[in-house]
Design a binder for this molecule. Structure first.
Ligand code: ADP
Ligand code: ZN
Length: 214
């Protein structure tokens, strides 16, 4: 079963994807994570996208479609979770074609319902474990007092270069202009399911599970 998690930056797509990986053996495909990996390993592509990402703009469709295509060649596990992809109508069309080529399809597009104030608050308070990717929040889930990740014990925490107010404003506008039309697109295809995204992590997860088990 392949699904898309759709929602603005800070909606909690990554957090929910990680739970689905643990609980359902699904495979998370986050183009944001793939691009950040390309940057930190210093590939030519990574260098090319760095400034675009830090500004909060979208990288080209060609690059992210290429990244996704590579991953679909591998193990399909309990299904793919597309997290942060597709972000444009061209990417959505491409995804449909790639899945078809692999003899599979999309079960659901889960639209996470949140409001903009919550997004700003979440994102400016966000940090992650540099080792395992566990997500922390200065207000709701602070880094442990002993300085060690509660999931893996590592002690280097990171904040994203684009998690500042100015980039966030651009990311939100990119979302409304280029990504939110996908809500209509998947509604028309019959895949769209809304889930409230503002509750506790486990409440949101229960909403998503209800859709996947329906
Ligand atoms: P968020 O959802 O919090 O904004 P992501 O980690 O998904 O963050 O993405 C970070 C950045 O990576 C985006 O702002 C954009 O520059 C780039 N990016 C990620 N996925 C895509 C995509 N599918 N298309 C274009 N750019 C992307
Ligand atoms: Zn960790």
């Amino acid at each position: 079963m392949n699904i898309i998690l759709l929602g603005p930056p800070g909606a909690g797509k990554g957090t929910q994807a990680r739970k689905l990986v643990d609980e359902r053996n699904m495979i998370q495909l986050s183009t944001g994570d793939m691009l950040r990996d390309a940057r930190s390993s210093g590939t030519e592509m990574g260098q090319k996208v760095a400034a675009i990402m830090d500004a909060g703009e979208l990288v080209t469709d060609e690059i992210v479609i290429g990244l996704i295509e590579e991953k679909l060649e591998g193990d399909h596990g309990g299904g793919f979770i597309f997290d942060g992809f597709p972000r444009t109508l061209a990417q959505a069309d491409a995804l449909g074609e790639i899945l078809e080529k692999h003899g599979t399809s999309l079960a659901y597009t889960i639209a996470m319902e949140v409001n903009d104030d919550a997004l700003v608050e979440r994102i400016t308070a966000r940090s992650t474990c540099g080792n395992c990717g566990e997500v922390y929040n200065d207000i709701t889930k602070p880094q442990p007092a002993d300085g060690k990740c509660s999931n893996c014990g590592a002690s280097d925490f990171k904040r994203r270069a684009d998690d500042n107010e100015e980039s966030l404003r651009t990311r939100l506008m990119e979302y409304y202009k280029k990504t939110s039309p996908l809500l209509g697109y998947y509604h028309a295809k019959g895949n769209l399911q809304w889930v409230p995204g503002l509750g506790e992590i486990d409440e949101v997860a229960a909403g998503i599970s209800a859709v996947l088990d329906s």
